[in-house]
Design a protein around this ligand. Sequence first.
Ligand code: 649
Length: 600
Amino acid sequence: MEQKAVTLQPERAHSQIAQYMSRPDATLPATLAVRARSTPDRPAFRFLPDGTGDRIESWTYQDLKRHSDAVAARLRAGGHSGDRVVLAGRPGLWFVAGLMGILQAGATAVPACPPTSRRARTRLRSILADCAPGAILADSRHERRFAAMAAGGDILPPLIPLDAEPPAKPVAAHAWTAPDDPVRPTDTALIQYSSGSTGDPKGVELTHANLMSNCHAISRLIGAQDDRVGLSWLPPYHDMGLIGTIMLALHGGWPLVMMTPEHFVQQPARWLQAISDHRVTITVAPNFAFQLCADTVEEEDLAGVDLSSLRHVFCGSEPVVLDTLNAFRERFGPRGYREKTLIPCYGLAEATLLVTAKAPGTAVRVEWADPQELSRGRVVGGAGDAVPIVGCGSPGEDDELLVVDPDSGRVLADGEIGEIWVRGPGVAAGYHRKPGPTGRVFGARPADRAGPGRYLRTGDLGCLRDGELFVTGRMSGLLVVAGRNLYPQDIERTVDRAHPSVHRSVAFAVPGSPEEHIIVVAEVRDSRRTRAELDALRGSLLASVAADHGVRPADVHLVRVGTIPLTTSGKIRRTAAREAFLEHTLGRALVPCDLSGEPG
Ligand code: 649
């Protein structure tokens, strides 16, 4: 029997929700059911399909529940409860319905980019092969893309439309009291594939309990606020956009405004405009986005923009750069941005999402490291040419973080650089069907500490200073020259700053004798240049690296913008760049235009 939705008094609604959320067996789909029942008309998600304020698509909790119920019903009808279901929708409201429908049906969501480019198809194929899903949820406009894959020989599971309009049915008022929830906290909710390599994909298996624990930890960090509004343009296929924004907003019960990453990258001012239009209080982005705004947003794009509503601005997922924070503050301080709202943070998919974050409202902490000491593995204050490292805060109360010598397994002292190890309720049990890597990455034990606990080896390097984490780089990219450790991102920063025509660069080591050679690949804007110009540019980049780091790269390879491979979340793929360089597939070096007679 259908009943009309009844809106509860706010106090009653609030206490019902709080009561449910404090249960140890609370899950995200049941949280949605409770919110749709208690606060059906509250705005849940808004999507800006043009990236501007011209059109706004908006769903309340009731709308979202109705749409996700329909997805769940289609999945159940197809016998997919308990299956893995690939979620390949475009960013937007339907994507959220797909996600919640999968979870409600007791299936496991596997987010993946829709196959609209050759690279996305290759990635999707490797994800399909690894997780063997029972179905794919996709937008109807992409049906032809999948049909083309099947015609080309790909074996695909049944395709289920994500955006089929459900029957208009109010939420049944009785449906929530004992949520018809087949979902247990120990069930696998999500398989999260890393955004990097396509060759051997590793999918992190996250349970409902992992997701809830990370949402709880972030909610505790930011505290309760009734008028919170979130904004995200991050791709919803990775931990930060999926868990950090969509799931967190559902968990916290506040509205999330979404736009696509493409709309942001085409015109970064749209992020700032939307913050201002929607009085946004919380947002998140990697460092590059802050730099892009500081570098490219013009004064005329900012007419009427006011950023003073912001209270929590998370910055994580790649090194947080002091120069970027300063440039952003200088550029947007006059627009109401306050730097105390900035929260540098560190995390990874293997730990669900967030591991450390600066306490909100406190000043950003910076350690100035002597480069000589840094290369010997210590963060110790230096003068003059010291390197700034931005603190990423401390772990939450349920997590434990160690810095360990990766060779001996010994726990290191304050200020000593080693591998970051993590233990806590957000740490996954392992990778999907990969016992070898799972044991190596998730089963670490410190050599000098007794105890049953196993830690996650993050592969990241850093140190603790008074309980705060300072991330210095990744183990895999570390360049070892004459017994010194050099961080590729430090060399890249030097190259990026050395000349205005450098767009982006990547540094890595290749075999050489008597020791490895350092190679720098730099993308050059306006690639039409004479031989003399290219030689001068190469010479000035070599000299800058030598001056700042005391090493001379064996080669500076100048290429066109767009040559350096990036992950789908925008990180530099150093290993892929190195492999492509060694296999001569990276893309041709720029040719001087005065010799070839054609543009370089
Ligand atoms: C990083 C995740 C991000 C990641 C975000 C908290 C609306 C609603 C909510 C909201 C805002 C708007 O990159 C953690 C935490 C969001 C709070 C809610 O805000 N995961 S990953 O698996 O793709 O990559 C992990 C790797 O990235 C690097 C490390 O190598 C790590 O292994 N990484 C960093 N490197 C240097 N410095 C950092 N701070 C890094 N963080 C991640």
